[in-house]
Design a protein around this ligand. Structure first.
Ligand code: GDP
Ligand code: MN
Length: 398
């Protein structure tokens, strides 16, 4: 789960990371008022969206008066900010963060990630802050310092000093840098984060180390033990289709094609999408109903997939190991009886109780297209989708 910059700064500050004074606003008037409260005569106004690259996309503005703040935020509120991380649809701006502008002499990149190969938290830093890490690793790979933390002892001072030395931090600022690194590590560890990124971490003109930006991502599976973090979830930044599914305990990924997929297991979902593409179609989404799919769960899945108006055919592909094909079939029949759909439905069942499952589908009298193999299912789905589309176009023409 992602959180906003201002939230990440508030958390990191509690762990000893220095951040500029700032305040949140929900309207242009409030932004100007916040600036007056903060004092000073230069402010940075920052769109709060769950994505990086805001600076280049017009989501970070330097303002010299309350008037300029009103103008800048009038441009932002209610708009979608499109950065290279948001995709073409962008992310809505509903909050802005106002900070006193800071003069700095150096920008540093600092990131903490979970390194799967060493199974440790890895600190990644570079003296070339300001650029995205991808750009740094392409243009100045030699500037990148990496260091993994031994979990039994945590980030030791000597290790933090070593990182600070390799970044060329001036001697007088080493203790501050050590505090910053240790604060980030503790926040990461104590709160079950999967990513902490400060870019840029700056050395100010008056010789302080300050986090000008902050991003944190948390492990969704650990949120149950951090209610104060779970509360920071902002649904306005999520794909509404995915939030709706998450609220119902289903894993849903929204895509851009027309064939909705109801599948059990992420691996089978990938294979199903590949096969649909191979057959000449494009998946609209995939919904993983998981193991032990009861008829109620299947029915719920149908409602969710149908709520996506791009869906013009539904492919149900179940390999029942833990699941039972007869339950899934029961669920499909219940869902389609209660809420008939106006798109072709293709069902492929395999595994436990497959014969019973097939019988239930056949007996239902519903216009379900059945298939035995995955390839057959994908081909039938694409053919049915194309025919249905032609028919609809003809009907519209009449
Ligand atoms: P991002 O583009 O989403 O990563 O947003 P950032 O918060 O990193 O802001 C983009 C850029 O704006 C930074 O790399 C800085 O160069 C600049 N910036 C941000 N805050 C300040 C500030 O207080 N003073 C100055 N002079 N520049 C800032
Ligand atoms: Mn940044």
């Amino acid at each position: 789960m992602d959180i906003h910059e201002y939230q990440a700064k508030e958390i990191l500050a509690k762990f000893g990371v220095a951040v500029p004074p700032g305040a949140l606003a929900y309207s242009p008037e409030q932004a100007a008022y916040r600036a007056r409260e903060l004092g000073g005569n230069r402010w940075i106004v920052k769109a709060q969206v769950h994505a990086g690259g805001r600076g280049k996309a017009g989501g970070v503005k330097l303002c010299r008066s309350e008037h300029e703040i009103q103008d800048a935020t009038n441009e932002m509120f209610g708009r979608k900010l499109v950065t290279h991380q948001t995709g073409a649809e962008g992310k809505g701006i509903y909050r802005v963060y106002v900070e006193g502008a800071v003069e700095f002499t150096r920008e540093i990149y600092l990131g903490l990630v979970l390194d799967r190969s060493s199974q440790r938290v890895m600190i990644v830093a570079s003296s070339e802050g300001g650029m995205e890490i991808e750009e740094i690793s392409a243009k100045r790979p030699d500037s990148i310092v990496r260091s993994t933390v031994e979990p039994a002892v945590g980030l030791q001072e000597f290790q933090a000093r070593e990182i600070a030395f390799s970044l060329g931090i001036p001697a007088a600022l080493i203790p501050q840098m050590v505090r910053t690194l240790q604060g980030c590590y503790r926040a990461f560890r104590d709160l079950d984060a999967t990513m902490v990124e400060i870019n840029p971490l700056v050395i100010t003109a008056d010789n302080r180390i300050l986090a000008l930006d902050a991003k944190m991502t948390f492990d969704g599976n650990a949120l149950f033990r951090h209610p104060q973090i779970a509360e920071l979830r902002d649904k306005s930044q999520e794909d509404p289709r995915e939030s709706r599914a998450a609220d119902r305990g289903l894993a849903y990924i929204g895509l851009t094609g027309n064939i909705g997929c109801i599948v059990n297991g992420a691996g089978l979902a990938m294979a199903t999408m590949d096969t649909i593409k191979l057959a000449g179609g494009e998946p609209a989404n995939f919904l993983d109903i998981g193991g032990g799919a009861t008829p109620e769960r299947v029915a719920k899945a149908f409602r969710l997939v149908m709520s996506d108006e791009n869906v013009e055919a539904i492919l149900v592909n179940i390999f029942a190991g833990i699941n039972r094909c007869d339950w899934v079939a029961e669920g499909v029949v219940q869902a389609l009886t209660a809420n008939p759909v106006d798109v072709p439905v293709i069902v492929r069942l395999s595994g436990t109780n497959v014969e019973e499952g097939q019988k239930i589908l056949a007996k239902s009298g519903l216009p379900i297209i059945r298939a035995n193999t995955l390839m057959e299912a994908a081909e039938r789905a694409v053919t049915a989708w194309k025919n249905d589309r032609k028919q609809n176009t003809r009907m519209r023409a009449i």
